[in-house]
Design a protein around this ligand. Structure first.
Ligand code: FAD
Length: 362
């Protein structure tokens, strides 16, 4: 019996599992390793913070999905791979053997790039830890007359979370967004600035955070931003263990894969989502591309196991971004075109809930 090991329950792997529910793989022992028994759908996380969804509406239950797919669910996190002996080492001390390995473990928080951030700030990844932090932030806001929340990083995730907090906490919080550069796609940036201003969110553009101290962000310009809660929403980084294991990576440490989503150095290892970089196609790290990689990954894992030729995959050049502004209003962007309205939020809600419904198990 061949052993297929799925590492991480990310967006591409939930599709692989669903495809195994629909068409089981015979004579293959499948294992899913994930540190949590559920996968949080980040696209709906700001909607949860804003109070539009319950947390259960934003998660895919991994353990039952794995069970239905005929896979063993092993709750732990990988911290090393022995590519000579084909063993994944986990943080709980377990060692899991594989013949074929697929990795969809996402990115990690980039806390090391700002001195002091590790001790004095909250990161939005891992998302499960951030969910715990939100509960603490809520109780802090409830007991104080005013709480100042500063975000470092104004990408789509940071902006959406800031606007969701404004919606849920109202004027009990002051919110500041510190942004080194414009990281928002297409024309969405200009529109979001308008929405941030209209909702009284302070935007400090073109300023880089040099250090995080207890209760303060020190900017490179020597300006000091005092804040009760500091949230790091800067770009993400690659985990160290894939490179340490000897997998070829890109310059930033993300697993280098070919057009089959197969490691460029180890053909029996596949990777998809934010943890991987398709070397022939430069695309942003985003949930949209991680979701899209699911079907070609599922197909090529089957083909590889059966010894059939693999099928190449070319990710789309552009993708639709839907950014919510906290109050059931959203902006859609496609390349240079942007539109907004309450109907755009309803559209986003329909897409998100439709995505989740695919993985709801009866
Ligand atoms: C607030 C927020 C909103 C966002 N909104 C959008 C959006 O609207 N559209 C969009 O395109 N993108 C959005 N993103 C970005 C999106 O979340 C990521 O691009 C996406 O999650 C990447 O998917 P993935 O499958 O690669 O990884 P992930 O979704 O991070 O999944 C990785 C999985 O692997 C598990 N894992 C991690 N480490 C290990 C390990 N060592 N061993 C085993 N398992 C491990 C994790 O627990 C997780 O289950 C948003 C991000 C945030 C933070």
């Amino acid at each position: 019996m061949k052993k297929l090991l799925l590492l991480g329950g990310g967006h591409a792997h939930v599709h692989v599992l669903k495809s195994l529910v629909d068409a089981p793989l015979r004579d293959v022992e499948i294992t899913l390793i994930s540190p949590y028994a559920r996968q949080v759908y980040s696209g709906m996380l700001p909607g949860w913070v804003a109070g539009h969804y319950t947390i259960n509406e934003c998660v895919i239950p991994l353990s039952p999905l794995a069970k239905k797919a005929g896979a063993i669910f092993h709750q732990s996190a990988a911290d090393g791979i022995d590519l000579q002996r084909n063993i994944v080492h986990c943080t709980d001390g377990s060692k899991i053997l594989f013949d074929v390995l697929a990795i969809d473990t996402g990115p990690v928080a980039n806390l090391d790039m700002i001195p002091g951030a590790q001790d004095n700030a909250i990161a939005i990844r891992p998302i499960e830890s951030f969910i715990d932090s939100i509960a603490k932030i809520k109780s802090q806001v409830e007991v104080r007359r005013s709480t100042h929340i500063a975000f470092i990083g104004a990408g789509a995730g940071g902006v959406e979370l800031a606007l969701a907090m404004r919606h849920t906490f109202g004027n009990r919080v002051e919110i500041t967004l510190i942004s080194a550069e414009n990281t928002l796609p297409g024309k969405v940036g200009e529109r979001l600035v308008r929405h941030l201003q209209a909702r009284g969110v302070n935007l400090i553009p073109n300023e880089t955070a040099a250090r995080v101290a207890p209760g303060a962000v020190l900017l490179e310009s020597a300006r000091v931003v005092s804040a009760d809660i500091i949230i790091i929403a800067t770009g993400t980084a690659a985990a160290a263990w894939p490179r340490d294991a000897g997998l070829t990576t890109d310059a930033r440490g993300f697993i280098a894969v070919n057009d089959f989503l197969q490691s460029t150095s180890h053909p029996h290892v596949f990777a998809a989502g934010d943890c991987a970089t398709m070397m022939n196609f430069a695309r942003p790290k985003s949930g949209v591309y991680a979701v899209r990689a699911g079907p070609p990954l599922a197909e090529n894992l089957r083909r590889f196991i059966r010894g059939e030729p693999l099928k190449s995959y070319r990710p789309q050049k552009r993708s639709l971004y839907l950014v919510s502004t906290g109050d059931k209003y959203a902006i859609a962007s496609w390349g240079n075109v942007a539109i907004e309205g309450e109907w755009v939020w309803r559209w986003k809600d329909k897409i998100d809930c439709g995505f989740m419904a695919k993985y709801a198990l009866s």
